[in-house]
Design a protein around this ligand. Structure first.
Ligand code: NAD
Ligand code: UDP
Length: 316
């Protein structure tokens, strides 16, 4: 049994990770400021004797005796991370410094939730970990992309300079239950629009691609990454390489929900990457046989069921 700190634990991915760690018999501290997360996500864990909730901003130092830290605190949806871009950079950079300082002091292992966004609008396809990326350092996505790139650099330097036991995973687009209905990312937007009978908003002509990973596969990959030997640091891509256009995604969601919503086309936001697909050879090799198991239709069905129930509750 370990004591494990999960920053951003009340968010979409963090809540699944906290539940998984509790199920594995660990003592879990969830630190969150509720910027994009919610109490609703952690409600099922609140009475659990091994679960502790700390309402705090990761840009402030936090002290606790822990064996492991999963650093997830950061808004992940473009709508939310662009709402207060300076705060987004502070969350990534100061959050990383605070959590690395904690890990250094208590000799904890620490895992950074980095992102495929470090590859920017990639000129190499699919993206292997060796690719350095194509990021606009002053564009509207840069607060997130460059904040996450700086955090990776901080992690590497704390390892080299202070011997902190670090792990870096680069997460590709992930979806599933516990996404915020107002999250603004494409899967939740399309599902909520379809269920409400509203127009499905495709940005651009819908030919841009993403590779969507179901949250359970990601959590399994993160937990396995934390368990790798000390000398394996990453970065490791964690994603599902099956690639879809936004038009295909919209059609699939319309079919699975049986919705008669109309598809409408809206302007493509600036710096929106054209395509994205992970090369997961390293994850397959290093994470003890890890492989994404849940394919898009199955994962979407679970996610649609979650949103159906949530929207019903919100109506009551
Ligand atoms: P999310 O927005 O649902 O969760 C982020 C959580 O962090 C929320 O609970 C939020 O309240 C909390 N948070 C934000 N700023 C904070 C701060 N300053 N102090 C304390 N808590 C703070 O997003 P998510 O999809 O669950 O993403 C979790 C992590 O995974 C993020 O670091 C994100 O960058 C990374 N990631 C996610 C994806 C994806 O597709 N979901 C892809 C790549 C990387
Ligand atoms: N997108 C869309 N309609 C929406 C929301 C997003 O067509 O309502 C597009 C967006 O322009 C991008 C893709 O879907 O090309 C994925 O967007 P998301 O914000 O989910 O993730 P990211 O761009 O960070 O990969």
């Amino acid at each position: 049994m370990k004591r494990i700190l999960v920053t951003g634990g009340a968010g979409f991915i963090g809540s699944h990770l906290c539940q998984r760690l509790l199920n594995d018999g660990h003592d879990v501290i969830c630190l969150d400021n509720y910027f994009t997360g919610s109490k609703q996500n952690i409600l099922p864990m609140l009475g659990h004797p091994m679960f502790e909730l700390v309402r705090q901003d990761v840009t402030h130092p936090y002290f606790a005796e822990v064996d492991e830290v999963y650093n997830l605190a950061c808004p992940a949806s473009p709508v939310h991370y662009q709402y207060n871009p300076i705060k987004t950079i502070k969350t990534s950079v100061m959050g990383a410094i605070n959590m690395l300082g904690l890990a250094k002091r208590v000799k904890a292992r620490i895992l950074q939730a980095s992102t495929s966004e470090v590859y920017g609008d990639p000129t190499v396809h699919p993206q292997p970990e060796e690719y350095w990326g194509n990021v606009n350092p002053i564009g509207p996505r840069s607060c997130y992309d460059e904040g996450k790139r700086c955090a990776e650099s901080l992690f590497m330097n704390y390892h080299v300079q202070n011997d902190v036991k670090i792990k870096i995973v680069r997460i590709f687009n992930t979806y599933g239950p516990n996404m915020n209905p107002n999250d603004g990312r494409v899967v939740s937007n399309f599902i909520v629009q379809a269920l409400k009978g509203n127009d499905i908003t495709i940005f651009g002509d819908g030919s841009q691609t993403r590779s969507f990973q179901y949250v359970d596969d990601l959590v399994e990959g993160m937990v396995r990454m934390m368990q790798t030997p000390d000398n394996f640091l990453g970065p490791v891509n964690i994603g599902n390489p099956n690639e879809f256009t936004m038009n295909e995604l919209a059609e699939t969601i319309l079919e699975l929900t049986g919705s008669s919503s109309k598809i409408v086309f809206q302007p493509l936001p600036p710096d929106d990457p054209r395509q994205r697909r992970p090369d997961i050879s390293l994850a397959r090799e290093a994470l003890n046989g890890w492989e994404p198991k849940v394919q898009l239709r199955e994962g979407l069905k679970n996610t649609i069921a979650y949103f159906e129930q949530l929207l019903k509750q919100l109506e009551e």
